[in-house]
Design a protein. Sequence first.
Length: 883
Amino acid sequence: MDANLLFYCKFCSNKSKSIKSHLHHLRVHRHLTRLTYCGLGHCLSAFRSESSFRAHVIRNHRIFVSKGHNKPSLPPSSTGKYKCPIAICGREFLVYKLLTSHLRVHLREFSSIPCVVDGCLKKFSSINSLSGHISKKHRQQTTIDHEVITSPVYDLPEISLDEYCAPEEEVTQQERKEESLVALAQFHQKLEFKHMVPASVNQVISKEIRTLLSSMERCFLNSLSSILQDENLSPETISLILSSVSERNDLLEVCHSLRSVYMRKQFYERHFNFVVPEKVPLDNGSFYYYIPIKKTIRAAFANKSFNFDFELQTSQFEGVFRDFFDGETYKSYKFFQDNPKAIPIILYQDGFELANPIGPAKNLKHKLLGVYMAFGNLPSDIRFKKENIQLVALVKDCDFNPTEVYSKIVEDLISLQETGIEVDGHGTVKASLAFIAGDNLGSHALAGLVENFSRSKYFCRYCLMSRAEFRREGGETRKFPRRTIDSYNEDLERVADSNGRLGNHRGVKYDSPFNAIPGFHVCAPALPCCIGHDLGQGVISWDLKLFIQYFVAEGWFDIETLNDLIEAFPYSAEDRKDKPCIIKKLEKGRLAGGAWQLITFMRLFPLIVSGHIKNPRDKVWKLMLLLREITLFSIAPKVHESHLPSFQCMIDEYLMLRRALFPHKLLRPKHHYLSHFPELILLFGCLIKVWTLRFETKHSFFVRSWKSSNNSINMPQTLAFKHEFLQSWVRSGGSSVCTVQSGESVPYQHVLYSEAIQKAVEKCVHSFSQFVETNSLSVHGTNYRKGDVVVVRHVPRSNDLIVGMIHLMLLGPNDDVTFLVKLCKASLVHKYGCYKVQALRDFECCRQVDLLCFYPMHPYLRDTQTYISLRHAIVNSPCNSSF
């Protein structure tokens, strides 16, 4: 049989030549992922539903299989919308769910509502009755006469696969037993280390499974014995048959092999890709646990959750900063110049409390310090997923000694850079440290710099500015000499020559252990900022509080009114995930909330208080809008270098106005770090790709593991082993993702839509039979829904944008995502810093990869006008800049 017509399992060596055999085999790996992998000819595409998988086989591989069963749905009208059947209303909706919600409102006014399908005279007193009627009577019905459909939904390919045929080689009983054993082990592994089920509870589940199987076996043997007796077989024959059946029941033997916590862990270590944490002693008699970086990298090549590729995806356009490898720090690193296929390693270290520091357990001293690692050669959308961030070291905070703990890490990094490691199928693989992410405190401690930001004379790790110079008039915008490797070494010599009299010189206390890595130095620079800490929980949390205090004092609103506005604002599904906190005490030093909550509050603040702006020309209001522009620029995922000078001017203007308008509130060190943002983009690429918040999500695993273990003895060992057991499950395929995920989909039927829609689709889509229409899509983790607004292009010689409201979402071969949008003109309203949307008549088709901004936006209705607030500044081209 042609190898391209075989289904290859991603997780093991199994091969199937029928689609049903393949689907049946995938159930063995059901505890790793819910996704359905194609595997046809080694295809790596994955799907959330079986029907999507079958449609993919037809569209992409041109092989006919049955299409499976889709959930029946009511297609929209020829305009792509659902129309309210109430004559005096007639509102239209892009999503059927919104129509049903709207009809519930009408039911409060009328005793019944008519069917939404034209020509049907039925009336209903409840939405459930209407939905049941549509499902039974109008399944897949539209207002278009189906006789006009002359072409099939799919052009049927010549090759077809049987739904079921016997595999080429019969699966032996031993192979099925081994598959069941692996599936059961992964089930227990997932419960304990993914879902944090305590080991004692997992043991109860294991025992109960064995008990149930024993009871079922006895019932089955009793039933079989009765049947055999009815056949007048001799007792000896019956006994022989029952014994033979009992001996061939492998389920009990499988469960017996994993009957205890110890036996399960031994199985995980032997059969899964487990890296054993090493216990490393410290000079004070304590110890920490180290997970060897070399073994972790070698294990990554066997990770079935992703393709561990060497090649970095460089920017397609010159001068565009998209990731850290577009920055000058990475480009000037000689090791990566000489070894372009070497793995760039990203480190992060931070301390965290296992017990709630403000709860009843605040007196428990359970603080740990963790060192984490991410692989820079992974795509940015999966690089910082919690499961893909690796643990390097875990130590009690009270036992932490930078030189001792980091020396083992540095030793391995030097070896990886100089000699590399041997990996089967890849030869010699080298790696080196690209940069170290961290907050200000962690980065300064790691770099050997002063950690007191409130009183130290030199508090910046990027330049040699003193606190007194920063406090002088104009000091907030002055440029000071950069810290360099030479200045760092000179400061170290001064500290060494003082024989202990100087604790530091120009902020340098001791030499960082990581400076021993050839070609790497903390002042290269190699310690990027974190916009989550410096901007979100820094400048925004302090300054937005000052602005709100000013607006309250001016009588624009009071705190109670503002809190009501925050609660009542109609947030989109994405914005609601980071809904701003209500303000309890305005007298506090800063606003409460997480970094992204505060950034969301900053982005939506003009729309939240839109009806209470008394003077749009107020200097403080303009200052707030300026900080909002800086925020949107800072979180942009792509930046063209031509925008950096204007970004620097914006920051300088903001700092000068902030000092002038609030002279009694001194600028803080994080305000100074803000002035370095344009320079840091040149060095490290987009700042959103080097921040620490994704690393910090890793802390939650250890906190949850500690709580589920109910054990505080030797916590570093317990948590390190739990983490590596989880990673062994992840490497088996437990963190699998699919690039494009679609919701319920139906074949795209071109002739059912209006002439305007048909013309727009024909300009972009040529083979209609290979596309399906879906109601929701996720591309690289970004969710799209009908009614969302996407940015299509700039208006030439203007700050205005052409945006589109999504009417249809089409998915074609090779995960080609196409949107049919109704074009709108978005004009910048300076009063809000947002865009007012004015609908145009034209439809247009655009591919998702060609969008000016891949983040979808939600339209907000304020003052009878529709507005959109950009998720970030659009500064990825040298033409325009839109905020």
